[in-house]
Design a protein around this ligand. Structure first.
Ligand code: ASP
Ligand code: MG
Length: 449
């Protein structure tokens, strides 16, 4: 039995849902749970109309709800129109009370945004039935039990797994179950959500809870690549990588999925496959807890643009302690994450991604050190578990970029990445050179087209 998750774009219209139904019919031969996001941009639209209601523009808000109702009625099978109608009638009542209350609590945010997945899952189950698949719809709020941290609730795994095992597993072994992602409920039955983009997380929770053989995250790209296609074309598809490798790549904006969201699956050794709903024939990228051996040392050359380097120097750092603490305290105070750090006896270089509070940071650091800032920098990173035990990777990497000025170097303790900073203007040539060095020959067991 497998779990298949489809995002908002994949179910945005009747035509899109029918394409997804083709995929489900072809793949769900030994049972499946299908997890769907809200149709298209429904979550944003719901939150927007609620905000409008809270702001007092009641009629505008109700008009927005009508537009969304029309979209849902136009794009879904008639068999669910009555149910959709009563969901919208309820939503309209809620919007009216929001406009009177003028207040939008996190608990209400969750209730309002839950309509998206409640509707899309009802609709998609109906599409499958129309296509001859006896699909069962289950309200995810009856299965996924969370704490009451509304808008970013954490699952109670013991209770959730017990329910999934008792209710969803037997149904999915015998056929197809459809559930909304993202939505859940507290132990008291109050609607909660797992946070924006939470449907991937639902898929992983469900996959782990029902003991699926694979979790499929259907997106609109063929999977993860050896190089960011926006920087250089012609990268190879990664057929299989480890969870740790996927996590490094996600940090660098391989926007495919956030690996933390599939952790419940990886912890139980359930493989997660990234697939393309516009190109279902491609095998995508498989993420597993331990990557199989590969003759390539790297999995990908990742990068991050628009990085700012902050250099902090203290004449008195020699024999000084507490210097690093003082520096990091300032980044903490201004809520700015630090990505890469290099230190020497007299200076510390750090990179930050979000320079919104740079002026305040520089001023505070300037009270006990001298500070310089370099903007328009980029991080380049070679990612791969084999880096850990292969000698000569650094020599090959720096040999490949011998004519480029390297500003900072970092190899983390996990040692599955080797990163360095270059001026943004040098980014493309750096990636080209490294890609040539590390991917001119590729292991066909690890990489494909
Ligand atoms: N519909 C929710 C959102 O837009 C959850 C998801 O799409 O994963 O955030
Ligand atoms: Mg989404």
């Amino acid at each position: 039995m497998i779990v298949m998750k489809f995002g908002g774009t994949s179910v945005e219209s009747a035509a899109a849902m029918n394409r997804v139904a083709d995929i489900v019919i072809a793949r769900a031969v030994s049972g499946a749970v299908v997890v769907v996001s809200a149709m298209g941009k429904t979550t944003n639209r719901l939150l927007h109309m609620a905000g409008v209601a809270v702001g007092g523009a009641r009629e505008t808000s109700l008009a927005l709800a009508e537009e969304l109702r029309q979209m849902h009625l136009e794009e879904t099978p008639e068999s669910v129109h009555e149910a959709i109608g009563s969901h919208f009638d309820e939503l309209v009542e809620l919007l009216k009370s929001l406009s009177v209350l003028g207040e939008f609590t996190p608990r209400t945010v969750d209730l309002i945004s839950s309509y998206g997945e409640r509707l899309s899952s009802l609709a998609f189950a109906a599409v499958l039935r129309q296509r001859g698949v006896p699909a069962v719809h289950i309200d995810a709020r009856e299965m996924i039990v969370t704490d009451s941290r509304h808008t970013l609730a954490a699952p109670n795994f013991a209770e959730t797994n017990a329910r999934l095992d008792a209710v969803v597993r037997p149904l999915a072994e015998a056929g197809v179950v459809v559930m909304g992602g993202f939505i859940a409920a507290t132990a008291e039955g109050v609607t909660s959500t797992l946070g924006r983009g939470g449907s991937d997380y639902t898929a992983a929770i469900v996959g782990a809870g029902v003991g699926a053989s694979e979790i499929q995250i259907w997106t609109d790209v063929d999977g993860m690549l050896t190089a960011d296609p926006r920087v250089i074309p012609g990268g190879h598809r990664i057929l299989v990588c480890s969870f740790a490798e996927a996590s490094e790549l996600a940090y660098f904006g391989a926007k495919v999925l956030h690996p933390a969201t599939v952790l419940p699956a990886i912890e139980q050794d359930i493989p997660v496959r990234i697939l393309n709903s516009r190109n279902p024939a491609s095998s995508g990228t498989l993420i597993v807890s331990d990557a199989p051996p590969s003759s390539n040392v790297a999995k990908s050359i990742a990068c991050k643009r628009q990085v700012t380097v902050v250099n902090v120097t203290s004449g008195r750092m020699f024999l000084a302690y507490g210097f690093l603490r003082k520096i990091f305290e300032i980044f903490d105070r201004f809520e700015t994450p630090v990505d890469m750090v290099s230190t020497s006896e007299v200076s510390v270089s750090l990179t930050i991604d979000n320079a919104a509070r740079l002026d305040q940071i520089v001023e505070a650091l300037g009270e006990f050190s001298s500070v310089s800032v370099e903007q328009n920098q980029a991080i380049v990173c070679i990612v791969g578990e084999n880096i850990r035990h292969t000698p000569g990777v650094a020599a090959r990497a720096f040999g490949a970029v011998a004519d480029i000025n390297i500003r900072m170097i970092s190899q983390g303790a996990s040692r599955l990445n080797l990163g360095f900073v270059v001026a943004e203007a040098d980014l493309t040539p750096s990636i080209q050179a490294l890609h040539r060095e590390f991917f001119s020959e590729v292991d066909p067991a690890t990489f494909g087209d």
